[in-house]
Structures are given as C-alpha cells and as structure tokens.
Ligand binder design. Structure first.
Ligand code: ADP
Ligand code: MG
Length: 367
C-alpha cells in the first residue's frame, strides 16, 4: 500500500475531561501520511471527542496535536479549525439546505478564482459521480448522494487530513456497503491521511490500514485489522470483534490441556498455569452425538452456513460456524471438536473471568 512514513497526524498524551468524565484519557497516536486509520469503539467511549480535538472544534486539557509536523493545539498554540487544513464529514451530512450541491462543494474554496472554483467543484462532483446533480438542493438527494456531496465538499480545498465521524450510520445496510467500497477506492486514489471514526467493528476491519480500538477514553490496541482480530491485546479487544468465546485450559509440559481436549500449542507460561483460551466460530466443529456432553442452545441459519451457540458442561458458551444444509435443533446433544489449525490466543487466568472487559495489565495475552 502506498504510504509514507512521515507522520500526517500525531497525538501526544491528549486528555479531555468534562467535569468528572474523562472522555479522552492520555491518548498518544501517530497516523502516517496517506494512511487510513479507523478509531473504533462502543458508543460513549470518546471517539467524537477525539475527532473534535483534532478538528479544533474542542480543546484538550492536556497534551498536544500535530498535523503534518505543525503543532495545531497544545504547548500554548491553538490553530482554529478553518486554518488546520482538515476536511470534515459527519453522520448527518451537515449540508447547507439553501445552497445547491455545487455551492455546497464550493463553500470551503475561499480566495480561489471563479474559474478555479468552477473547475474544482466539477472535478469533485465527477469524483463522487454526482456532476449531473450540481444544480439540485440537498433535500432533492438521497442519503447516499448527500453523503457523497459532503465528502466532495470536505475534499475540495485539498485538506491535509480527512476526518469522518460515523459517516455511514444514517444509511441503510445495502447503501452502507456500497459507500464503504466507494470511499475506499476513492481515498486510496488520492492518498490522503484519513481519520475515520465508527462503532461498527465490521466497517473498521474492512476499511482500516490500521485500527485503533478505543474503550473508556483510552486506546486498548492499535494494529492492522488482522492483528486486532487475531491477536487481541486485551479481553475488551477480543470481545469487541464478535462471536468470541473463552474456554478454560491449563499449561502442561507438552502443550495445553483444555476442556475440549489437548492442543500441542506451547506457551511461555509455567506448567500448571491456568489460562482462558479465545475460541472463535471457525475454530470449532460440532456434530450431533447422543453421548455428547454439550448441547445446542441456538441455531442461526445464515444461508450457506449455520451459526450455533453451544453450551459446554463447564457452563461456558462457545460458537461454531458449520457449512451444511441440515440444521441441528436447539437441545440437540453434540460433540464439540477443537481443531483451530493455528495457535489460539490465551490470557493468563490469574483473576476471575468477571474481570473481562476491563483493562488489566496482567490479563494481556501470552504466546
Ligand atoms: P462517542 O463518540 O464514542 O460515542 P463521545 O466522544 O461523544 O463518545 O463522548 C465521550 C464521553 O464524553 C461520554 O461520556 C459523553 O457523555 C461525554 N461528553 C461528550 N461531550 C460532552 C460535553 N460537551 N459535555 C459533557 N460531556 C460530554
Ligand atoms: Mg460519536
């Protein structure tokens, strides 16, 4: 992927408090020029606050923010939003209702000549494939079209960074998929540094060059989509990416004895150590078996696959994705086979599982 190692955006120990709430808690982060970084986390974790600080719509209590090696906030400096060279796209489009589409896109082009504005507006509308709607008003457009106008408007002044806050949340599922593909192609083409905020884990994994997983004002992990999915650093990150289950196991000199059988996987922990092992639906197979000690709790038919929720004798719940046409009914006794085909992520079990979801240093995963 085309990406410079020059930083496009740097956050140094940025904290923002609202009274007793720490909305952004000591975040340090670097985004390379041309990189597409996704900030993902549940509602209320501080994503919008972080984006507003970068945009200059809000000011942090501590720390500093640098865009293209220029301090824009902190250390006694504050560059106002219109001078930061950032493009903004919000969930609600925020178009000017009384202006045509062309006027909306031209909005940020101050001090450009009339001819340049005209050319840039049509270039941008061409890019989002809306040139034929230039003279319409926002209320005459669909949601997807409005969001493409918002994108064209944000990119028109050639910003250094594009900031997007849940830009597709107001679109229906089908349109959201189309828009994701569209934006990915478009932004790769112009190689702009992108800071994209979403609560949607699928969107994050799909779009991000890297993904930063945020929880309660902090970044729990930053990594490629593969890293945050397959090597989650914390319970929170593991559980955030869906259909995650844990089974118990303990370390032996030969490998890992689990409640679903032996794995030859070696860990850097002493024999006898207890671990919680992360299993995802593709790590397990399930077969009807009258002698089985587990049973189907729920069967979700998904067309080509069926997603089973399975209760184990230990009381743990696991998920299994099975490709077949016959669906086993809830209550069916089953045998569960653990055949991951890769090392599983293990967390030392030196506290109770009730600590999951919290950020606890000694709950970080081990190999
Ligand atoms: P997200 O975008 O991840 O949903 P926000 O950044 O909007 O989260 O909010 C983070 C936390 O900060 C929440 O607890 C929210 O209630 C609080 N918060 C955000 N903005 C303000 C504000 N202007 N005044 C007081 N509290 C705020
Ligand atoms: Mg938000």
């Amino acid at each position: 992927m085309l990406r410079s190692t020059e930083p496009g955006l740097q956050l140094h120990h940025v904290t923002r408090r609202y009274g007793s709430i720490v909305a952004v808690n000591d975040i340090s982060l670097e985004v390379s020029q041309g990189e597409f970084l996704v900030i993902v986390g549940p509602s209320g974790c501080g994503k919008t606050t972080l984006l507003r600080l970068v945009a200059g719509l809000d000011v942090q209590d501590e720390g500093s923010i640098t865009i293209q090696n220029r301090i824009v906030s902190g250390n006694g400096v504050f560059v106002p939003p219109e001078k930061r060279r950032v493009g903004l796209v919000f969930q609600d489009y925020a178009l000017f209702p009384h202006m045509t589409i062309a006027k909306n896109v031209a909005f940020g082009l101050h001090r450009w000549s009339k001819a340049d504005v005209r050319q840039r507006v049509y270039e941008m509308l061409d890019m989002v494939q809306l040139a034929h709607l230039a003279d319409r008003y926002p209320h005459e457009l669909s949601g997807g079209e409005r969001q493409r106008v918002a994108l064209a408007r944000a990119l028109a002044p050639r910003p250094d960074i594009l900031l997007l806050d849940e830009p597709f949340s107001n679109l229906d599922a089908g349109l959201r998929t189309t828009m994701r593909e569209h934006i990915q192609r478009l932004l790769k083409g112009i190689n702009i540094t992108t800071f994209f905020v979403t609560h949607d884990q699928e969107e994050a994994l799909l779009l991000g060059d890297r993904v930063a997983v945020m929880n309660q004002g902090q970044i729990e992990q930053v990594g490629t989509p593969e890293q945050v999915f397959h090597q989650p650093a914390t319970y929170f990150v593991a559980e955030f990416f869906g259909y995650t289950a844990f089974i118990s196991g303990h370390v032996t000199s030969a490998g890992l004895e689990t409640e679903l059988g032996f794995l030859s996987q070696r860990l850097s922990l002493a024999p006898g150590s207890e671990v919680n092992i992360l299993v995802r639906p593709d790590d397990l197979s399930v077969y009807p078996d009258e002698e089985g000690t587990a049973y189907i709790v729920r069967a979700g038919f998904q067309g080509m696959h069926c997603m089973y929720q399975i209760a184990l004798p230990s009381g743990h719940t696991v998920y299994s994705l099975m490709p077949h046409t016959s669906v086993y009914a809830p209550g069916t006794r089953v045998r569960v086979e653990l055949r991951p085909g890769h090392d599983l992520v293990c967390f030392p079990n030196n506290r109770s599982m009730s600590a999951k979801g919290s950020r606890i240093a000694d709950h970080h995963f081990v190999y």
